[in-house]
Write a protein that binds this ligand. Structure first.
Ligand code: GDP
Length: 438
């Protein structure tokens, strides 16, 4: 996500950092590049104009000030602008003093609204809440069934009445009160494009349930249309926040960078994949750092905390340093890393990760044969891979469906890794686990 924009801005930032002095001609040159980068990323023209004006003002200020590092000041101005147009602060959900807190989901058909409804329920559960899902999308025949499936997956009850969407929404809130559920998320019907009848229905539903929050789901892949969609929904519904879906695609990201500026409402959540936990709160400051190639360490740590059991990670790290790390530990760590998200998304959040690596096609499938090979080994082989001889190698390869040469390579790489860890351990590397809960 935002890959192209990130690549271009990263290049500008790198050059700026080295600059001792900055002339007005430099500023003109930089502004031309920033404008081109934003336009290419599909950011709305009006937004580009106002953003560039503000950055330019800072940049000109930097050429005149006696500051030591004017380049750094411009980088800061770009960063501040990105944070601003991405919405400033992270949205904090204020729960209704008299439960349930009602959330209304709106959006076009195919935007990922139903998926986001399920994901949001899981997110509320992670916040210690007990949500109830309401299926008021009676337009798309399979929508309620899809919601029921999602409900089962996240273990959250689903209410729906096939008779009438408005009644369903109203009754859904009553049902939540009866069941003592403290959050209600109402999925509503979308259409392929903005349409008066759909707007009227969602307006009536909104009137029937008086939502505490109305979230608009926008598909990041739709580009500039997203801005018009957002404007139309905002006119009817008073949107409180946007849920940006499909940020895992090759979207240029411009929609994300325009919606806040146009409707004045922040992006609240980002949906980054088909899996239910591929969903996170949107943090403008972290996203800006990610775009500028400064990494997103905080999100990485949060994901690690979710994926690793603290003790398990600490023990593994200790064993690692003592050179007692086995293939079993290796497999366990690999599985935990996989839980954090795709390898590509993890790499994209690491600060200082070279662009070539970030953009390399890293396929999670690459882990599959490694996992299969380790699973085909006996406990003894995992603990002491050096005992793997020709016949054992043949057996493991057959079990994992790979060539014996691959088993050899894994054992050798693992041996090298073990040696390296032992060395690091002896030279006094710390023993702290990285997944420790703070
Ligand atoms: P709705 O019509 O708005 O309710 O859309 P759905 O929730 O049914 O989503 C439409 C399609 O987009 C489905 O195939 C989803 O699996 C897919 N989808 C939803 N969110 C995401 C996402 O964040 N990333 C990806 N890659 N696909 C998504």
């Amino acid at each position: 996500m935002f890959d192209n924009l990130s690549n271009r801005l990263d290049g500008i930032v790198k050059r700026l950092r080295g600059k001792g002095r900055l002339t007005e001609a430099d500023v003109d040159e930089i502004m031309k590049e920033i404008r081109a980068a934003l336009l290419e990323a599909d950011v709305n023209v009006t937004v580009v104009r106002s953003v560039c004006n503000r950055i330019r003002e800072h940049a000109i200020g930097a050429t005149r000030s006696q500051a030591l590092d004017p380049g750094q000041q411009v980088v800061k101005a770009v960063n501040d602008e990105l944070v601003r147009i991405l919405g400033g602060e992270t949205l904090t959900v204020q729960y209704a003093s008299k439960p349930p807190t009602v959330i209304l989901m709106a959006g076009l058909q195919g935007s990922g609204k139903t998926t986001a409804t399920g994901k949001l329920a899981l997110w509320f559960k992670s916040q210690g809440r007990q949500p109830l899902l309401v299926g008021a999308d009676l337009q798309r025949p399979a929508a309620v069934e899809q919601l029921r499936t999602l409900g089962r997956q996240v273990d959250v009850p689903v209410y729906s009445d096939p008779e009438d969407p408005i009644l369903t929404a109203y009754e859904g809130v009553e049902e939540a009160k009866r069941l003592g559920r403290d959050v209600v998320i109402v999925d509503t019907a979308g259409r392929l494009s903005i349409d008066a009848e759909m707007m009227e229905q969602v307006r009536l539903i909104s009137g029937a349930v008086s939502p505490d929050y109305t979230f608009l789901v926008i598909d990041a892949m739709t580009g500039q249309d997203a801005v018009q969609t957002a404007e139309a929904f905002h006119e009817t519904l008073q949107i409180d926040g946007v849920i940006l879906s499909k940020l895992d695609g090759d979207a240029r990201g411009g929609a994300a960078l325009s919606v806040k500026e146009v409707i004045g409402r922040p992006i609240a959540f980002a949906s980054t994949g088909e899996k239910l936990d591929a969903f996170e709160q949107f943090h403008p400051d972290r996203m800006a750092s990610r775009i500028l190639g400064m990494g997103d360490v905080l999100t990485l740590i949060e994901q690690a905390e979710r994926a690793f059991e603290a003790d398990q990670a600490e023990q593994a790290a200790a064993r690692m340093m003592e050179g007692e790390f086995t293939l079993d530990d290796f497999l366990e760590q690999m599985q935990a890393i996989k839980k954090m998200g795709s390898l590509k998304s993890i790499m994209s959040m690491m600060p200082g990760m070279p662009k070539e690596l970030k953009n390399a096609e890293i396929d999670d499938e690459m882990l599959v044969p490694i996992e299969a090979m380790i699973s085909s080994m006996t406990a003894e082989e995992r603990a002491r891979p050096q005992i793997i001889n020709g016949s054992r190698r043949g057996r493991i390869a057959k079990g994992a469906g790979v060539e014996p040469g691959e088993v050899n390579r894994l054992v050798k790489q693992f041996g090298d890794m073990q040696k390296m860890m032992k060395k690091m351990g002896m030279t006094g590397g710390g023993k702290k686990g990285k997944g420790k809960r703070g």
